[in-house]
Design a protein around this ligand. Structure first.
Ligand SMILES: *Cc1c(COP(=O)(O)O)cnc(C)c1O
Length: 393
């Protein structure tokens, strides 16, 4: 087959799919009958809570839910998000103007650049980081300036290291705490510093809060909107995917600056038609039902137990790793002499355990690997026993 049409630069210029090589090795291992344990992808293994599924089952049968949803999302959903922010963070949001439903937060993260970035503009993106920040930037014709997240800075960006010229050209700054992939957290003083920097340079902050509800040892992560001045210069992306084991349902939201959200809303009305109303009602159930508190606490215990298994085993193997306070990832340095990719390949070949190479999240991720805590603890123990048997850090 021959397709005579040349693809657009935005497709041609996409970085090669980093996991293609790993995927091929996984397929080969499976064909050979290897018992592969996948700790690569961060997708919750437990099911969506029963009461949320039940609400979905009820709503899906109602004909009034079968039509196009309103472009701005159901008022019930926007109000539920606003109640959640009030209850959880003491933040007041106007559900009409300061809450916008998204088809998963990835959708909004990918599209926000199209609303603020002209060709030649710059976005500040964390490195290592969730790849969608820089890809969305690229699709809008912008350039991503990487803010290194270094271990010696607790994986927080150092704003003083951003060249003045880049700051001047910058439109958006992406931040993400609790952080994927490093598991790092940010306190209020960091967000205050970010707000100050953004105001000084006319930059819109886009804080990705996907792991806001996944924390350990009683630690409570901070919402970006808890900081004064935050909503004058930015938004927070939120997701029901990780806290409620709802990755497949595609429901999230953005909250904060009405002006920023209005631009995203206008963009979206021209390309999508919102979330299935039944899904939005299921989202209301997740946000409002008091059972969700118990559910979240239970999941925190589940991930915490898994985290402890991984950290203990890595330390026994000589790895210099510290226990994350939040997120469901462990970010650890590879043994001396390996690149991330080499180590991940070696591990798969020797043990059948799949982890993610840090370099998949950016150049500053090289030298690390990420373990996702999204398999049951007995499998995780098995994986860690194999790693301990094969690797000395
Ligand atoms: C999982 C994840 C998301 C995407 O969540 P959805 O709401 O399912 O699109 C966003 N950001 C980060 C950092 C994530 O890990």
């Amino acid at each position: 087959m021959f397709l005579p049409v040349k693809k657009a630069g935005r497709i041609e210029k996409l970085p090669p799919y980093l996991f293609a090589e790993i995927d091929k090795k996984i397929r080969e291992a499976l064909e050979k009958g290897v018992d592969v344990i996948k700790l690569g992808i961060g997708d919750p293994d437990r099911p969506t809570p029963e009461y949320i599924i039940q609400r979905m089952q009820e709503e899906v049968t109602l004909p009034r839910n079968h039509s196009y949803p309103p472009d701005e999302g159901l008022a019930e959903f926007r109000e539920a998000v606003s109640r959640y922010y009030q209850r959880r963070f003491g933040v007041e949001l106007d559900p009409q103007k300061e809450v916008l439903p998204l088809i998963g937060s990835k959708e909004g993260i990918a599209h926000i650049s199209a609303c603020f970035v002209n060709p030649g503009d710059v976005n500040l993106v964390p490195d290592p980081g969730y790849p969608v920040y820089s890809i969305g930037t690229l699709f809008a014709g912008g350039e991503a300036h990487r803010m290194p997240l270094l271990e010696e800075n607790s994986f927080l960006p150092d704003f003083s290291g951003i060249p003045e010229e880049m700051a001047r050209r910058s439109r958006l700054m992406f931040l993400n705490y609790p952080n994927n992939p490093t598991g790092a957290v940010a306190e209020k003083d960091f967000f205050e510093e970010a707000v100050e920097y953004a105001k000084k340079h006319d930059i819109v902050i886009c804080h990705d809060s996907a792991y806001l509800e996944i924390a350990f040892d009683g630690y409570r992560p901070v919402s970006f909107l808890e900081v004064s001045g935050a909503r004058d210069c930015g938004i927070e992306f939120g997701s029901l995917s990780k806290p409620f084991n709802m990755t497949g349902w595609r429901v999230g939201y953005a909250v904060g600056s009405a002006e920023v959200l209005e631009a995203l809303y206008r963009y979206k009305t021209n390309i999508d038609s919102g979330n299935f109303k039944a899904v939005q009602y299921a989202g209301v159930e997740a946000l409002d039902n008091p059972k969700s508190r118990e559910h979240i606490e239970r999941m925190q215990q589940v991930y915490q137990e898994r985290r402890d298994v991984v950290i203990e085993a890595l330390k026994e193997a000589g790895c210099r790793v510290s226990a994350p306070k939040a997120s469901f990832y462990v970010w650890a340095p590879v043994p001396y002499g390996y690149t991330s990719k080499d180590f991940v390949s070696y591990l798969l070949e020797k043990t059948g355990v799949v982890v993610t190479p840090g370099s998949g999240f950016g150049v500053y991720g090289d030298g690390y690997f990420r373990i996702a805590l999204t398999v049951e603890v007995d499998r995780l123990k098995e994986a860690m026993d194999r790693i301990k048997g094969a690797v000395r850090f």
